[in-house]
Design a protein around this ligand. Structure first.
Ligand code: AMO
Length: 439
């Protein structure tokens, strides 16, 4: 059997022929002698008609027992019909493979309009809604573009440990793990090990993997488990090289969205992102402070990070003034960046680092790393961290670490911003947050 969308798109060559599709009973209309069953698979919906005098007795009996969301296979002639698809299947065989054992707690059709907690509780039903499964098709497409793009740039895919001995992003937000007689954590980021791989001679690496953040806050932008798209590159001249690699990937995503991704964007009535031909604008944070104050009357303390409103406003600025859905904010204060970040040579209170905002939300963080052993030690001390618990990491830097940098990108955030979803949980099949560890 084939996907319904394939049958519909090649209907003229198939008309009059026999087709077989399997899926779920999406809608049932019973007119007594005539029953219309809409069969749905991942790709679409097709009408099947079961009619007394036309369909065999067995099929008529099977149709009697059919419930919404019963699992069915139908076989029969494809013929013209006044349906939206222009065709229907005249049923000659109908097999019911399984049926619901209780009333449906969530209707698949239009499930996106139900409350998010209900949708997440019954996610297996919610996901059968093509509007919802499209999110995860898009997610897979973004991950594929990521792999293809970095492969084409000479990167090697790596697979780093997720059970680790130290937090990387800042002490508190780690989940402890019971690991024999040692203290261990779920990895917050592959940060140390992607740097390890560069230092170990792989030079340019990427990884797609889960990361775990024990952030207790409940926002529409944070998950406690998400997928991170990570890159790390050796022998860079500066953090602009890293931004170039990030920008290349964003362009590759935009191209995919204009081609294979179109159908999904149309479903969500959104446009592909705009990237200026001259490149994604790169604006120092200190300049962003000025823009925020002068243009929006928003005061951000000099040397502080942008809050979510600041990001949103800078996104609006990029969209209105620079005709771009993306904007890099560069040179964050040392105070708000992790110890592994390289400080600016001439202004050590600032760093060679960046964030990328997409439609006003941070989707990427990156920068150049400190690769000089003694400077790295100074950084740790300056942050008041205990060098001993990071010694295993410091050791990587003792025997020839090249200058390097990289970035981490939130897969769910990229998808969320592309489809303009309201809540990041929609972009995660089974989100983990402060309330949820099931289903
Ligand atoms: P950072 O902690 O900023 O940087 O994370 C990188 C990117 O991951 C996404 N992100 C999240 N997505 C969903 N839920 C969360 N709780 C969440 N937290 C972060 C964002 C963010 O931009 N090691 C560095 C990256 C690097 O420098 O290479 C890091 O992890 O899109």
């Amino acid at each position: 059997d084939r996907f319904i969308a394939d049958i519909i798109s090649s209907k003229y060559s198939l008309l009059g022929g026999r087709v077989r599709v399997c899926g779920w009973a999406h809608r049932i209309r019973d007119l007594g002698r005539l029953k219309f069953v809409l069969v749905r698979d991942r790709s679409g919906v097709i009408q099947a008609t079961v009619k007394r005098g036309e369909s065999p007795e067995e099929a008529l009996r099977a149709a009697e027992d059919l419930k919404l969301e019963s699992v069915v296979c139908i076989e029969g002639e494809l013929r013209r019909a006044p349906t939206r698809e222009g065709v229907e299947v005249k049923v000659e065989r109908l097999e019911v493979l399984n049926s619901p054992v209780e009333p449906l707690p969530l209707e698949v059709e239009g499930s996106e309009k139900a409350s998010l907690p209900t949708r997440l509780r019954y996610r297996w039903l919610d996901l059968r809604n093509p509007m919802v499964s499209a999110i995860f098709e898009l997610e897979a497409m973004v991950a594929k573009v990521f792999r293809d793009y970095y492969w084409s740039q000479g990167f090697v895919e790596i697979f780093t440990p997720k059970i680790v001995a130290a937090g990387t992003e800042s002490g508190a937000e780690v989940f402890p793990v019971v690991y024999f007689d040692k203290t261990a954590f779920l990895a917050q980021s592959p940060q140390f090990y992607k740097q390890f791989a560069v230092i170990a001679g792989l030079e340019r690496v990427f990884e797609i993997g889960p990361v775990f953040r024990a952030e207790p806050h409940h926002t529409s932008r944070h998950l406690n488990e998400y997928h991170s798209l990570d890159i790390e590159v050796g022998f860079i001249e500066g953090y602009n090289d890293v931004m170039n690699y990030v920008e290349g990937f964003m362009r590759a995503i935009a191209r995919m969205l204009e081609e294979e991704g179109r159908r999904i964007l149309e479903l969500y009535k959104v446009e592909p992102p705009r990237i200026p031909a001259s490149g994604i604008p790169r604006i120092p944070l200190r300049k962003a402070y000025e823009i925020l104050e002068e243009r929006f009357g928003k005061k951000v303390e000099h040397g502080e990070d942008l809050d979510s409103e600041g990001e949103r406003l800078m996104g609006a600025y990029a969209s209105e003034e620079l005709d771009s859905d993306f904007i890099f904010i560069v040179e964050y204060p040392w105070k708000v960046r992790p110890f592994y970040t390289m400080r600016k040579e001439d202004e050590p209170d600032w760093t060679y680092s960046f964030d990328l905002l997409y439609r006003g939300l941070e989707i990427v963080t990156g920068g150049q790393r400190e690769h000089r052993y003694h400077r790295l030690l100074d950084n740790l001390n300056d942050k008041g961290l205990d060098a001993e618990s990071f010694q295993f990491y410091l050791d990587f830097f003792k025997h020839g670490a090249p200058p390097h940098g990289g970035a981490g990108m939130g897969l769910e955030r990229i998808v969320m911003q592309t489809l303009r979803l309201e809540n990041i949980r929609e972009a995660r099949m089974l989100p983990r947050d402060t309330e949820r560890i099931t289903p």
